[in-house]
Design a protein around this ligand. Structure first.
Ligand code: DON
Length: 561
């Protein structure tokens, strides 16, 4: 039976995916829509909807497809978060974040003088947390899925086995990371090829196809136990890694209580700890809600000023209080309390940057890139799914598990290796986010769903490390305050302040020099990254149709039917 399903699925898939998909960035559909960072994965998701699958089925299929076609961030060797909302009023938050291995300890990235050893939490097998994506998808499927599990994974198996044409962006990235792959992998794999990659080249991952097939056949046991687990263990032994059989066997994904924020006529549903995203988004919205933003022009420096000052205060709280709620007490209610948030802004003086006493850490490595990925799905039942998933840095730790073909994350860098020392995103942390065995590292990922009159209407999220929160925040404001349509809201210029470093990041090519001067004059030091975040969003419109919007900043695209 399973075999038959596989064959019939392959026939269908081959038929519908003939040739390279050329999908729009933004389009309206009648019955359902998906947006993801790669056309092949977008197509996989929309085909699942067409075959009668629901939004969770499509999301599961997209997660596995992205592990193949978007390997710099899509993954089975990483983790992420999912937000779910349906028309019946059910909402859920699924935490499939990686965990520190049992052998991890708080000083594992420090030298004998107690200083952080450069790159130790970033590259190589020691940088990896215990992967959560496969368990996460299995949990999501168990609770909400309607199509058979293997049917959702076969498209990924096929893409890995037969290969797919890479986009220009992907070719450039593979070329850029070549040296790193060669440095951190002892045995050859798909990523260690020394060829000069170019757009349209076919990327084949045979080992990964076998691993995905084991997952298709055996569920999460095909990853956390049996052959895949043995390959991980063998790999760890040969490469000084510490993920043990027990770590894999014990990994669990957790359903958590989503954060619900009331904002004017809307409800914003988002991710609780171990992501900092939901609390931070809640604080930000509460800090600005009473400031009549809709009356302040989008390009008025005052808008930048109000938002940046709120962001600074929120990131200061983040660094102090947030960590894995299974290990530390996070004052969730206190931080999102309206009065607390208003008081946090009480020393804010309009058109004035509140002075910073903190050290300026400068522009950290990898700050501008989009190594995480977000995808959103809407189905004909009016259900929305919003998933942000990551390996952390581009291609995670750069390490491919020998014989298993998948990249390991470098999520351990999201812990605070030493209190006050910034991670790759320049974010600092305290004891709340120090490394402990089995603990989840703090995240900024903010998959979000917005409801109106109790109906889910928007799903959105973004990559971007510490900038994810401000990206989601600003797109939410564009929608709810400035009443922009979804495409405009996603593509509008963005900016970011995270308290430390004391810099206001303004996207390149937006805001001319005279505008930048005005911000300088009120006390902001400015940096110009190429872009901030990369949003994938869907909307269920008032007339019941479905709109998908992929950010102009990436390869993100929409498909549906
Ligand atoms: O969980 C986090 O917040 C980070 N590991 C996300 C990394 C990320 O967004 C990288 N993309 N730029």
């Amino acid at each position: 039976m399973k075999h038959l399903l596989f064959i019939s699925y392959l026939c269908f898939y081959t038929f519908v995916s003939w040739g390279q998909p050329n999908l729009p960035k933004s389009q309206i559909f009648e019955k359902g829509v998906v947006v993801s960072a790669h056309p092949e994965a977008t197509l996989v998701g929309s085909n699942i909807l067409k075959m009668g699958g629901n939004a969770v089925d499509a999301a599961v299929a997209i997660q596995f497809a992205l592990a193949v076609v978007y390997p710099n961030a899509g993954n089975i060797g990483g983790g992420g978060f999912m937000i779910y909302a349906d028309k019946k009023g059910n909402i859920s938050a699924l935490d499939f974040r990686e965990k520190a291995p049992l052998k991890a300890h708080k000083d594992m990235y420090l030298d004998e003088k107690g200083e952080v050893i450069k790159n130790k939490s970033l590259y190589g097998s020691l940088a990896a947390g215990v992967p959560g994506s496969v368990k996460g998808m299995a949990e999501a499927h168990k609770k909400y899925g309607s199509l058979p599990w293997e049917q959702l994974i076969f498209p990924a198996v096929k893409l890995a086995k037969e290969g797919y044409p890479i986009t220009e962006r992907q070719a450039n990235l593979l070329n850029e990371y070549k040296e790193r792959f060669l440095k951190y992998n002892q045995t050859p794999n798909a990523f260690t090829s020394t060829k000069a990659w170019k757009k349209g080249d076919i990327f084949i991952q045979s080992d990964l196809a076998q691993t995905l097939l084991r997952i298709a056949k055996k569920g999460p046991n095909g990853f956390y136990k049996g052959k895949t687990a043995r390959l991980v263990r063998k790999h760890m032994k040969r490469n000084n890694g510490i993920i043990a059989t027990k770590d894999l066997k014990n990994y669990n994904a957790v359903w958590r209580q989503p954060i619900e924020i009331s904002y004017k006529d809307y409800k914003v549903i988002t991710m609780p700890p171990p992501s900092s995203g939901g609390i931070a988004l809640g604080q930000l919205l509460k800090m600005v809600e009473s400031r009549s933003l809709e009356k302040i022009a989008f390009e008025d420096p005052l808008r930048y000023n109000i938002l940046a000052e709120a962001e600074k205060r929120v990131y200061a709280d983040r660094s102090k209080y947030l960590g894995d709620p299974d290990f530390v007490k996070v004052p969730l209610q206190g931080l999102m309390d309206s009065l607390y948030c208003t008081n946090r802004m009480s020393n804010f003086v309009e058109m004035h940057a509140t002075p910073q006493q903190e050290i300026n850490y400068g522009m950290p490595e990898g700050y501008e890139s989009t190594e995480t990925t977000h995808f959103s799905v809407a189905d004909k039942n009016g259900t929305l799914v919003s998933i942000t998933t990551t390996l952390n840095g581009n291609y995670g730790s750069s390490v491919v598990v020998e014989g298993a073909g998948f990249l390991l994350n470098n999520e351990m860098d999201d812990f605070s290796a030493k209190p006050g020392t910034p991670n790759m995103f320049g974010l600092i942390g305290s004891k709340a986010n120090q490394i402990e065995p089995n603990k989840r590292m703090l995240s900024s990922m903010t998959p979000t769903i917005i409801k109106k009159d109790n109906m889910p209407i928007f799903a959105l999220g973004s990559p971007g490390g510490g900038t994810i929160i401000t990206t989601v925040f600003q797109v939410v404001l564009n929608l709810l305050e400035y009443k922009m349509d979804l495409e405009k809201a996603v593509n509008k210029s963005r900016f970011h302040h995270q308290w430390t470093p004391d810099l206001l990041f303004l996207e390149q090519n937006q805001n001319d020099e005279s505008f930048v001067k005005r911000l300088n004059n009120i006390g902001y030091k400015i940096e110009r990254p190429n872009f901030l975040g990369c949003v994938g969003a869907v909307q269920i419109r008032e007339d019941g149709t479905f709109l998908g919007v992929g950010d102009k900043r990436g390869d993100d695209c929409a498909a549906g039917f």
